[in-house]
Write a protein that binds this ligand. Structure first.
Ligand SMILES: [Cu+2]
Length: 159
C-alpha cells in the first residue's frame, strides 16, 4: 500500500486533474492538494480480490475532483461509491463525508464518484467534481455492493 500527499501548482495541477500521475511544471498561482490511496477489501467483500486506487484533487479555486478505478468486482454489477468521513480502519470508514452536516444525504452535499458499473473483467471507474473544497475529514472512499448492509466491500484511504 502506498500513500503520499503532494502539493502541485499551475499546469501540474491541471495535469493531475486530468488523471496524469506525474507532477512537473512551473510554480503557479493556483495550488492543488492531491490525496490518494489503494483500494482493499472489507469483510463484506470477502471472496473478491479488490484492487485499484482512488484520488482526490482539491483545487485552490474551490473544486474537488475524485476519480476511482476499482478491479476485482463482480462483472455487470453496479456499485455505489462515496467519499467517507473516517479512515477505513475506523468503524469501516463510518458514514459519508458531508459539506454541511445538517444538509442533505446526497450530492451536492456529499461527494459520490459512483455509481460505477463493472465491465466483463470486473473493472469499473468513476469520477465526480464537487463545487467546493472538501474539508479535512474527507479521508476515504468506500465501494458498496447493491443490497442490504453490511454492503461496504472495499475502501481506500486518501492520504
Ligand atoms: Cu458509502
Amino acid at each position: 500500500m502506498r500513500f503520499h500527499r503532494i502539493v502541485v501548482t499551475g499546469a501540474a495541477a491541471l495535469a493531475l486533474a486530468a488523471g496524469a500521475t506525474t507532477a512537473t511544471g512551473p510554480a503557479g498561482a493556483e495550488a492543488a492538494t492531491v490525496t490518494r490511496g489503494e483500494f482493499h477489501s472489507f469483510a463484506a467483500g470477502a471472496g473478491l480480490d479488490i484492487g485499484g486506487h482512488a484520488q482526490m484533487v482539491r483545487s485552490a479555486n474551490g473544486y474537488t475532483q475524485v476519480t476511482i478505478l476499482v478491479s476485482g468486482l463482480e462483472p455487470s454489477v453496479t456499485y455505489a461509491a462515496h467519499v467517507h468521513a473516517a479512515p477505513c480502519a475506523v468503524g469501516d470508514a463510518d458514514g459519508h463525508y458531508q459539506l454541511d452536516p445538517a444538509g442533505g444525504t446526497t450530492p451536492p452535499n456529499e461527494i459520490w464518484p459512483g455509481p460505477i458499473y463493472a465491465n466483463g473483467a470486473g473493472m469499473a471507474s468513476g469520477r465526480t467534481v464537487a463545487e467546493f473544497e472538501a474539508g479535512p475529514t474527507a479521508v476515504s472512499v468506500v465501494v458498496h455492493r447493491p443490497g442490504p448492509v453490511p454492503n461496504k466491500i472495499a475502501c481506500a484511504d486518501l492520504a
